[in-house]
Ligand binder design. Structure first.
Ligand SMILES: *[C@@H]1O[C@H](CO)[C@@H](O)[C@H](O)[C@H]1NC(C)=O
Ligand SMILES: *[C@@H]1O[C@H](CO)[C@@H](O)[C@H](O)[C@H]1NC(C)=O
Ligand SMILES: *[C@@H]1O[C@H](CO)[C@@H](O)[C@H](O)[C@H]1NC(C)=O
Length: 188
């Protein structure tokens, strides 16, 4: 080996050690996941059907997306508590009344994985008259989704400290009973 080859080999080795060290330190991350509502469907607010069966359907269908952003850590979720509220009168600063509570059972999520929790929840006390009037006249019915859970990241053979995660966001629903705009709503 010439001396320049030796230097090259030493550099490669050093680079390897550096990359390993970076990976090692990155694997101690404890970041919270990103949460989104990608879909929300309220059949009773679909103004394009006129059947008493849809009117009587007071369920809300949702798709909750949970994204583990950590490159080297799995994530353990406690039960995920969801609260859906309705904004009376569509004035977003006004009162939100809770109309549904739902629990997504806790689960484990691998590193860099995205989970979709699609489910349907029963509702209680939605002012359907107000909501239907809103979607009928071209404005939106305004809902709010709040999420509360605890997460802990997996680090080799043990778990990091549990962290509380509470996020929420507004979801507008239009005349088809569907979430307005195609982009997922981030819960912050
Ligand atoms: C829905 O049906 C009712 C009674 O059958 C009728 O009075 C009303 O105009 C209909 N509405 C629409 C939007 O078609
Ligand atoms: C539509 O209806 C909602 C709820 O009744 C009301 O708050 C809003 O002012 C109405 N908007 C228009 C443009 O009529
Ligand atoms: C979720 O709801 C359950 C039951 O009401 C409660 O015991 C738990 O503390 C809640 N979790 C969070 C993180 O708020």
């Amino acid at each position: 080996m010439s001396s320049s080859e030796e230097v090259k080999a030493a550099c490669k080795c050093l680079l390897g050690v550096l990359v390993l060290l970076i990976c090692f330190f990155l694997s101690f991350q404890n970041h919270k996941p990103k949460c989104y509502i990608t879909d929300l469907f309220v059949p009773a607010l679909n103004t394009y059907t006129n059947s008493s069966t849809t009117r009587a359907n007071t369920f809300i269908f949702f798709d909750l997306k949970l994204e583990n952003v950590m490159p080297f850590n799995g994530l353990r979720y406690d039960n995920v508590n969801l609260t859906i509220s309705y904004n009376y009168g569509g004035d977003r600063s006004a009162l939100f009344i809770p109309i549904a509570r739902h629990t997504v059972p806790g689960f484990y999520q691998g590193m860099r994985k995205t989970a979709h929790k699609r489910d349907v929840t029963t509702t209680r006390g939605v002012p359907w008259g107000d909501a239907f009037a809103a979607v009928s006249n071209g404005s939106t019915a305004v809902f709010r989704v709040d999420l509360a859970t605890k997460v802990k990241s997996k680090q080799y053979f043990w778990y990091a400290k549990k962290q509380r995660l509470t996020v929420g966001g507004i979801v507008g629903v239009g005349s088809a009973g569907l979430k307005e705009n195609n982009k997922a709503n981030r819960l912050r």
